[in-house]
Design a protein around this ligand. Structure first.
Ligand SMILES: Cc1cc2nc3c(=O)[nH]c(=O)nc-3n(C[C@H](O)[C@H](O)[C@H](O)COP(=O)(O)OP(=O)(O)OC[C@H]3O[C@@H](n4cnc5c(N)ncnc54)[C@H](O)[C@@H]3O)c2cc1C
Length: 317
């Protein structure tokens, strides 16, 4: 065997999986079709919240494991891109969230006056808000410090990669649809608008699981991220001006200053959705171990460390 571990994919799933393995002493190479800055992970809004991911129960556990890691990283925001920021998730009370909610420190029902006009209930919490371009840079530096490497190269057969490495970890997101192949992996289209910050200090989201149009406002260092859409099976990555206008209009009902803010950019990303996350190992005919870690939908950042820790356990095979 030429290699010990090859992780395919350099989004948040691939990099965190590679880091956990490298920090446990494995020799890790990451192979990726596109650099981390061009992955879906790079354009994620970056709020810790288990949204649009199945199965619920397991996602809650992965999210909580990640919360502990991300809370630690938030002690060094300039280095890691992670900050703890307060905000409101409108439209639900804590008891309507999963069992995970009871284990999020400080999460509580929002009091009268804390929920914007138009909603009568909500949840308040202080959560990790992650500047993804900065965080991916941090993850790459941390991987390099642990001896891991990243190369840009496309994989056309996992079985072929498995012939050159003892363990292969498949973190290809939507790419798994063709690579595995796994037709149950599909896109959930998300459009975002980035605007100049008119002074938004807290994040705001609305309970909109399963709805095609959502509302979220995430103050990031590079601008305020306004969302969004969640359209299953839509592949088009061209930002729609009409959708952008509708997003700005929905968000400015919550923070009126957003309606007048200068637009800095438009983004479209495709969430790698699956009926359930695939996090399991299979033994290949040649004896190699293939660990799958993909299909995290709208919460890949939220569950990244929890899934990476479990993937690394599976890789011990
Ligand atoms: C608009 C939007 C907003 C979002 N906001 C949030 C949020 O606030 N919080 C949150 O938790 N999540 C959010 N998400 C979801 C999150 O972005 C994804 O769940 C996460 O990025 C998935 O990460 P990944 O590493 O699995 O996949 P990706 O980031 O897509 O990475 C896949 C990697 O695999 C590589 N690859 C694929 N095929 C091959 C191949 N054949 N050979 C070699 N390499 C290959 C790619 O090049 C890439 O490096 C959002 C998503 C979108 C679209």
């Amino acid at each position: 065997m030429a290699s010990d571990v090859i992780v395919v994919g350099a989004g948040v799933t691939g990099l965190t999986s590679a880091i956990v393995l490298a920090e446990r002493g494995r020799e890790v190479e990451v192979w990726t079709r596109s650099p981390s800055a061009e992955t879906t992970s790079a354009l994620a809004g970056g709020l810790w919240w288990p949204y649009c991911i199945e199965p619920r129960e397991a996602a809650g556990q992965w999210a909580l494991r990640s919360l502990a890691v991300l809370t630690g990283l938030a002690a060094r925001p300039a280095e890691t891109g992670v900050r703890m920021v307060g905000g409101v998730h409108a439209g639900v009370v804590p008891a309507e969230l999963g069992a995970w909610a009871a284990r999020v420190p400080g999460l509580r029902g929002a009091g009268a006056g804390e929920v914007p006009r138009g909603w009568d209930r909500g949840v308040r919490a202080r959560l990790p808000l992650i500047d993804m371009p900065a965080h991916l840079d941090y993850l790459q530096r941390r991987l390099a410090a642990a001896g891991g490497t990243v190369s840009v190269r496309r994989v056309s057969s996992l079985a072929q990669v498995a012939r050159t490495a003892r363990t292969v970890v498949n973190c290809t997101g939507l790419g798994a649809r063709d690579l595995v192949p796994d037709p149950s992996v599909h896109p959930v289209h998300g459009q975002l608008v980035i605007v100049e910050d008119p002074g938004v200090e807290e994040w705001f989201t609305v309970a909109a699981e399963g709805r095609a149009d959502t509302v979220y406002v995430l103050p990031q260092p590079y601008g305020v991220v306004l969302g969004g859409t969640a359209r299953a099976h839509v592949w088009d990555r061209t930002p729609s001006p009409c959708t952008a206008q509708a997003i700005i209009s929905r968000c400015s009902r919550v923070f009126p200053g957003l309606g007048r803010a200068r637009v800095l950019g438009h983004r479209v990303g495709l969430r790698p959705a699956r009926p359930r996350v695939r996090l399991e190992a299979e033994r290949l005919p040649g004896g190699g171990l293939l660990v799958h870690n993909y299909g995290h939908g709208g919460a890949g950042v939220t569950v990244s460390w929890g899934c990476a820790l479990e993937a690394a356990d599976l890789a011990e095979g």
